[in-house]
Ligand binder design. Structure first.
Ligand code: CMC
Length: 431
């Protein structure tokens, strides 16, 4: 980061403090407020709307312009030309791989796809109808009990081994969550298949029949992973960094990220989109629900619309929209009532003044929910799929944080608004 002058904060009766200003490579400048502590004051910023919690060289977002770059490469170019393995290499290592680096990376991931056999016993402890994310949080966290031979977070080689294990095993665990849920036998990974095809295989193959992956659907799934691979300092990534700042092991940190991702305002949104489409039920009801979304006295929100950062079209949504049409065409689903309903909702929202003026565009989850449903992935697995794509981002961000010499344990302060000091009163003198 480059120094770019200073900001001066004046407070109280004529006191002031100089605050350095820094520029990144692109994007807005930041004011370094670390020295504010000396004044005895803190900043107040619920939801971190104006706070940069770290410096990072991984992902750049310009929400107003609708830009998303991984390591400087626009997401549209990566989604069009690269596959998820290449994106993983790029995120983890900072550069696109050469052909031999790519082959070595992929072969390393493939050789770690199986999970410890004892781990399968964990699943038996869960109810069959448990939500896959509930199981994911538990089982991914439990990986640290199985792979504790390389858990030193100060050892770069150990960190790389844990990264490979997470990247390779999270799809296996996610597919196992679904299979346990449905009573189907677990399928061992097939290392001759691509990352995306192997996941679809573990989800949908049975030991009784040959499974032939459909290349259009594999490509669509691979794109979903690419589009979800990282997204700067969102809630789950910040959770991973905060958990990791205390020195917790990477499996525990990623489990914390999975927990944060589960919420409907974050990764649970694509699940919420499909649930809402079912609730709306029919194209004839769209007007009623749009009216509810616009009603100030109704807490109802149209799921899959709006974004905290993008106040323009989310660039991922544009790519996913195209993929959505490719998949619907491949599967001949354009006339499916649920998809018709989704497309009608999209059309109205894109033309409606309320949504236009508040810059509420369809977000990536709106389209990914539709694509995932078309791929046959059950709604309850949607957030698990998001976690699968985001794992590489979480690990990359965690690794960057551990390697940052300025890293400190995360410890925000507060504005206390509770009672001032008071003395304890015996129970017979209360009330
Ligand atoms: N439907 C109807 N009105 C909305 C919606 C919506 N989906 N989203 C925002 N608004 C309105 C909101 O009522 C408010 O109106 P007013 O100014 O009159 O009070 C205004 O737009 C601003 O809303 P906000 O909650 O202050 O905006 P935010 O930036 O804090 O929230 C959001 C962003 C994503 C939480 C919100 O748009 C939302 O709840 N969307 C639906 C859920 C969803 O799709 N979430 C997935 C987000 S992308 C996934 C990810 O990256 O993890």
């Amino acid at each position: 980061m480059k120094s770019n002058g200073k900001a001066v904060l004046t407070y109280g009766d004529g006191k002031s403090v100089d605050l350095p200003v820094y520029s990144g490579s692109i994007g807005p400048d930041v004011i370094d407020i670390r020295s504010l502590g000396q004044t005895g004051m803190f900043t107040y910023d619920p939801g971190f709307l104006a706070t940069a919690s770290c410096q990072s060289a991984i992902t750049y977002i310009d929400g107003d312009a609708g830009l998303l770059y991984y390591r400087g490469y626009p997401i549209e170019q990566l989604a069009q030309n690269a596959d998820f393995m290449e994106v993983c290499y790029l995120l983890l290592n900072g550069e696109l791989p050469t052909a031999s680096q790519r082959a070595a990376f992929e072969s390393n991931i493939r050789s770690h796809t199986m999970v410890h056999d004892q781990l399968t016993n964990f699943f038996k402890g869960f109810r069959r109808d448990a939500h896959p994310m509930a199981v994911m949080v538990g089982v991914v966290g439990a990986l640290s009990a199985f792979y504790h031979d390389a858990l030193s977070i100060t050892n770069a080689e150990h960190r790389a081994i844990s990264a490979t294990r997470l990247l390779a095993k999270v799809p296996t665990i996610a597919a196992m969550c679904y299979r346990y849920n449905t009573g189907l036998p677990f399928m061992y990974p097939r290392n001759d298949l691509s990352y995306a095809a192997n996941f679809l295989y573990m989800m949908f193959a049975t030991p009784c029949e040959e499974y032939v992956p459909n290349p259009v659907l594999v490509r669509a799934f691979d794109r979903i992973l690419t589009l979800h691979a990282d997204h700067e300092q969102n809630a789950s990534t910040s959770t991973v960094r905060l958990a990791g700042s205390s020195g917790a092991n990477p499996f525990a940190c990623i489990a914390a990220g999975i927990a944060a991702l589960w919420g409907p305002a974050h990764g649970g949104a694509n699940e919420a989109v499909l649930k809402q489409l079912s609730e709306i039920g029919d194209v004839s009801q769209v007007g009623k629900y749009i009216a509810r979304a616009k009603d100030k006295n109704d807490s109802f929100r149209l799921m899959g619309f709006g974004h905290r950062v993008y106040k323009n079209m989310d660039p991922r949504a544009g790519v996913m929209r195209q993929t959505c049409h490719e998949v619907l065409t491949e599967l001949g689903l354009h006339d499916d009532p649920m998809f018709k309903l989704a497309l009608e909702l999209e059309r109205i929202a894109l033309e409606d003044d309320y949504f236009i003026s508040k810059k509420l565009y369809p977000n990536v989850d709106f389209y990914s929910g539709i694509v995932l449903r078309a791929l046959g992935i059950p709604v309850s697995m949607f957030t698990a799929v998001f976690a699968l794509g985001r794992t590489v981002g979480w690990i990359t961000q965690w690794n960057e944080m551990i390697s940052d010499p300025e890293q400190k344990i995360g410890r925000p302060r507060q504005l206390y608004v509770g009672p001032p000091k008071r003395d304890w009163v015996p129970v017979n003198r209360r009330g």
